[in-house]
Write a protein that binds this ligand. Structure first.
Ligand code: ADP
Length: 206
């Protein structure tokens, strides 16, 4: 608690193509900073698995590798960011993914007098990514990790989401990190980049 009072609240995004290792890194960064990692993909998949009302609505969309409608995704995020554990910071993984989601997030934070502090972009080679995703499909048995769906998600990302990164670059929020290498190597690069921005691991986590 006291650590949070002595530093700006980390309100962070991690962005990059599907398969660049965002999820893994997000969990590690969030833990070291003492903030929740919030992954829209994980939340959607959990809902599908538990056959909730939301899960039933989005299952076919996830399996096809398309984006869930902004209205559903934005509502989910505004609920999640209103939970007490996100009051002093958060790391979003997989959101925002469309311009409309960027605007929604800006407004949601502005209503609370808040704004984003840093956007970490993981940069990774396309071939390496496809290989990683095929490995993950086998390891985790994700039903949205068929080869067609993987390719489709890459295309959707390039078309819909890559342009958003420029918006954050123009705002001076973007930090680019090389996403190739071992998990620890990439984690080390992210930690250094965030430390330059004033976000160091909280004492209790080290
Ligand atoms: P990946 O990183 O492999 O693309 P995610 O776990 O981030 O996977 O997301 C899985 C799926 O969940 C996406 O393909 C999409 O259907 C849905 N999804 C996740 N986040 C969003 C979002 N912000 N907007 C719309 N759909 C989303």
């Amino acid at each position: 608690m006291s650590a949070a009072e002595n530093r700006p609240s980390p309100r962070l995004l991690i962005v990059g193509p599907p398969g660049a290792g965002k999820g893994t890194q997000a969990v590690a960064i969030a833990e070291s900073l003492g903030i929740p990692a919030i992954s829209t993909g994980d939340i959607f998949r959990a809902n599908v698995k538990n056959e909730t009302e939301l899960g039933v609505k989005v299952k076919a969309i996830l399996d096809a590798g398309d984006y869930v409608p902004d209205s559903l995704t934005n509502e989910l995020i505004s609920d999640r960011l209103s939970q007490p554990d996100a009051a002093e910071g958060f790391l979003l993984d997989g959101y925002p993914r469309t311009l409309q989601q960027v605007e929604f997030l800006d407004e949601h934070l502005a209503e609370k007098g808040q704004s984003l502090t840093t956007v970490v972009q993981l940069v990774a080679d396309r071939d390496e990514i496809v290989e990683r995703l095929q490995r993950r499909a086998v390891e985790q048995g994700r039903s949205d990790d068929t080869e067609d769906a993987i390719r489709h998600r890459q295309d959707v990302y390039l078309r819909e989401t890559a342009p958003l990164i420029e918006t954050y670059r123009e705002r001076g929020l973007l930090v680019e990190v090389d996403g190739l290498g071992s998990i620890d190597e990439v984690a080390g690069r992210i930690e250094t980049a965030l430390a330059h921005r004033g976000f160091s691991p909280v004492a209790s986590a080290s």
